[in-house]
Design a protein around this ligand. Structure first.
Ligand SMILES: Cc1cc2nc3c(=O)[nH]c(=O)nc-3n(C[C@H](O)[C@H](O)[C@H](O)COP(=O)(O)OP(=O)(O)OC[C@H]3O[C@@H](n4cnc5c(N)ncnc54)[C@H](O)[C@@H]3O)c2cc1C
Length: 241
């Protein structure tokens, strides 16, 4: 076996960016070598939610996303001879309008309505949007979020993936702990009781708040109100208002 020692272009990293770059350059006739430290698709490219969207993106990414949706994804399976499972369905998110804030405020108890902007920022976090996590109810010491488990969030047994359930727990905890002061997660201890499916609801309830720490009890329940998972989540207070 001969080892390839030189090329016109070296690409470091065999994720979607590296492989797509190498593919396009080699189609232009360049000799390209991809150097991957582990295996192709070792990073985020093999562990993502698979959404191809133009909404809820950093505006700087938009021209690239729009180009890809128009010119790359629709024909990629034919071009590569591999089914990349691209289906165009649509995805609309309307931004931070007064109406959105009003809708959110209606789900907040009166004493925390002044925090609607902070909650909206957390609601808009790209990861939470990818997972489709909704904010159901926000009170001073209690936050409820929900999420519908989609096929892409299942494990190999066809049940809700632990990481997806954890994402819901973490989001409810994140909103509860950052409602009116800046906190950062210190620890989460999660227990799973039942397989998860369908719509899940996570309720984060404040157990204790000291000057430097806040502790929350988070419970995830199914639509039938069965306990799916629970967690004790602790955060450091990093800045008070
Ligand atoms: C949970 C999750 C959900 C997501 N959902 C979506 C989504 O729905 N839609 C969306 O558009 N994006 C989503 N993303 C983001 C998306 O997956 C990433 O933006 C994308 O995969 C990044 O691709 P990349 O090629 O830049 O990096 P990666 O895929 O991480 O590839 C980097 C590669 O470089 C290799 N490497 C690193 N250092 C070296 C080195 N020194 N030498 C050699 N090789 C090296 C790594 O092993 C890895 O294989 C999600 C990400 C996560 C984690």
């Amino acid at each position: 076996m001969t080892e390839k020692r030189s090329a016109d272009v070296l690409v470091i990293g065999g994720g979607i960016m590296g492989c797509a770059t190498a593919y396009r350059l080699s189609k232009k006739g360049l000799d390209v070598l991809v150097l991957e430290k582990k295996e192709i698709g070792n990073g985020g490219s093999c562990r993502n939610a698979g959404g191809v969207r133009q909404s809820a993106r950093d505006p700087k990414e938009l021209p690239l996303a729009m180009y890809a949706v128009e010119h790359i994804w629709p024909t990629l399976s034919d071009e590569l001879g591999v089914n990349v499972e691209y289906v165009q369905k649509g995805n609309i998110r309307l931004g931070l309008t007064e109406k959105d804030i009003k809708e959110l405020e209606a789900r907040m108890s009166e004493d925390v309505r002044g925090c609607a902007g902070r909650v909206m920022d957390m609601y808009e976090a790209p990861f939470a949007r990818d997972m489709g996590i909704e904010v159901e109810r926000v009170e001073k010491d209690r936050v409820e979020c929900s999420m519908v488990l989609e096929p892409r969030m299942m494990n190999s047994m066809g049940r809700g993936h632990g990481a997806a359930v954890y994402a819901l727990i973490d989001h409810a905890f994140g909103i509860a702990s950052n409602l009116y002061e800046d906190n950062t997660g210190q620890s989460t201890e999660v227990k799973f009781y039942r397989p998860a499916a369908g719509k899940l609801t996570a309720e984060a309830v404040l157990v204790n708040r000291s000057r430097s720490l806040a502790v929350f009890d988070v419970r995830v329940r199914s639509e039938e109100r069965k306990l799916i998972a629970s967690a004790v989540c602790t955060s450091f207070v990093i800045r008070k208002p």
